[in-house]
Design a protein around this ligand. Sequence first.
Ligand code: NAP
Length: 362
Amino acid sequence: MRCSPRFLPQRCARIFPQLCYSSISFPEALKRGGAVGRLKLFSTHVLFEEPRRRLEEHFDVEYWRGNERPPRPEVLKRVAGMDALVCLLTEKVDRELLDAAGPKLRIVANVAVGFDNIDVPACTERGIAVTNTPGVLDETTADFTWTLLLGVARRLVEGDRLARSGEWLQWNFDLLCGTDVWGKTLGIIGLGRIGRAVARRAQGFRMPVIYHSRTRASAEIEKELNAEYRTQDEVLLQADFLSLHVPLNEKTRGLIGRAELARMKRTAFLINTTRGPVVQEAALVEALDQGVIAGAALDVFEREPLISDGLRRDNVVLAPHLGSASVETRTRMAMIAVENAIAFFAGQRPPTILNPEVLRRK
Ligand code: NAP
């Protein structure tokens, strides 16, 4: 049943008109406290002004206001007795946290599209809704993937370092010559929202795109992206730039290890803007040591924020997990998390719920 627009949080209706329907009756929403009393919400970050204002219209909000991410004991302490949790990918939402929160907790709104930090089955068991922020960060993350790709190919970081050092004395014919990007083959593993946004940008560089993904894209999408489907092994063998865009889960953990790196061209670069544990970092260091591949550009790491010493080298560009880090995109992500929480307690289906079965159960 599509819900009446008058019950929709205004912004939610604007952003997700096609998704706004509810499987919960309005009286049920009242029972949950949506229209009576103020619900308590813990947000592990103060977010930006617009989402913060919106949140505070609907909830009594407690924020973690520290500059650093909250220590685990603080999260466990502050989540106790909350109706809702807004968290970032740095917060592990597991059974321990759910126990600490207690029975009032009804929704966990993650301000990230990846949700490997959340034990979704454990939340589902307890009837807790889980939401993420798909769709609003694709272009920004794709831009950053290309920033890294271009940066490592054209040796931008080395060049910046030299330019600042005062040691650059003259233009020279062979100074910091890198690798052409245009016309090379871009390989993508995981052609989802972000993978497609990355592929779309390849056309401007006149690069053929080959991809492997769990589900083959439709003929229309392949045509639009000028992308050809291959086995994973073929992508490894043929790509000049290999960019990873699979979500982290038990199937993709360690997806790229020694054997996979050995299949790549010695001239190829690995770009990782998805999640660190998708690549076996020790195997990558070994491959770089031995010249198995030409270089890498990494936004994410196996044991973030720790970075293997072996990755601190000229042919590796490192970034501290900045893929979606633009003010506009982080604002959009936070707004979606906020609207998910508001919709839930108003008796509507949270626009980007990951476990809708918890709604049907009520
Ligand atoms: P998505 O739309 O779900 O795309 C993921 C794609 O990977 C889907 O096409 C999926 O196939 C495919 N896939 C899943 N398992 C696979 C496997 N084992 N082998 C091959 N392909 C597989 O997700 P997205 O929005 O593009 O986001 C992807 C990931 O990017 C997120 O999970 C997050 O971890 C990461 N991310 C990082 C940053 C950053 O700041 N660096 C920012 C945003 C996102 P199906 O079509 O069959 O599902």
